[in-house]
Design a protein around this ligand. Structure first.
Ligand code: FES
Length: 183
């Protein structure tokens, strides 16, 4: 009688172990299968962030010299390419370019580093002036006067096939440091 009880108990333990092992195996297999696309999607979006997209501005030759015969930077409108893991979109944007020669071009973000207004080129004074709080900058982006805590923010560019490309970035405003906060 006592032997039967022990046998039943052993059978019951063995059944419980079987159910437990099967459940754990299924859970592990499911999370493995679901986990692959999740990991793939995470790594691919990191890859996209690190492979930030340059947008085409203009052929270098077509950009007028900004220092001669007249001191005047070029405002270039372009289609800014935005890419995330799933979508590629284009958005109208503009930048200022100061061109000294075909190999010496400086591209500025159009956003004032004081509090984020868009500044303009003043033809008479030959200076950049922000309409919001009167920050004034030279054509090289240096602060002349006003509350701007730093000069105009330059943007990364590259020249490929004699064409100028820009990597559009957004920066923290109101502080002396130039810190990228977006694209
Ligand atoms: S936002 Fe340009 S001076 Fe204040």
């Amino acid at each position: 009688m006592e032997v039967d009880n022990n046998t039943n108990e052993k059978k019951s333990i063995s059944r419980r172990s079987f159910v437990k092992i099967t459940t754990l195996s299924l859970a592990a297999a499911t999370s493995f299968i679901l986990g692959i696309p999740l990991v793939e999607s995470l790594t691919s979006s990191v890859k996209k962030i690190s492979n930030r997209v340059f947008s085409k501005l203009a052929p270098v030759k077509s950009i007028p010299n900004s220092f001669t015969p007249v001191k005047k930077p070029d405002k270039i409108h372009f289609d800014k390419i935005e890419e995330d893991a799933f979508l590629r979109t284009e958005k109208q944007e503009d930048v200022w370019v100061a061109k000294k020669s075909d190999n010496d071009l400086t591209t500025f973000s159009p956003i004032c580093p004081h509090l984020g207004c868009r500044y303009n080129w003043n033809e008479e004074q030959k200076l950049f002036i922000c309409p919001c709080h009167n920050s004034v900058f030279t054509i090289d982006g240096k602060v002349v006067s006003g509350p701007a805590p730093r000069g105009l923010d330059t943007l990364p560019t590259k020249i490929e096939d004699k064409t100028l490309y820009v990597l559009y970035e957004k920066f923290e405003v109101g502080i002396p440091e130039k810190i990228v906060i977006g694209h």
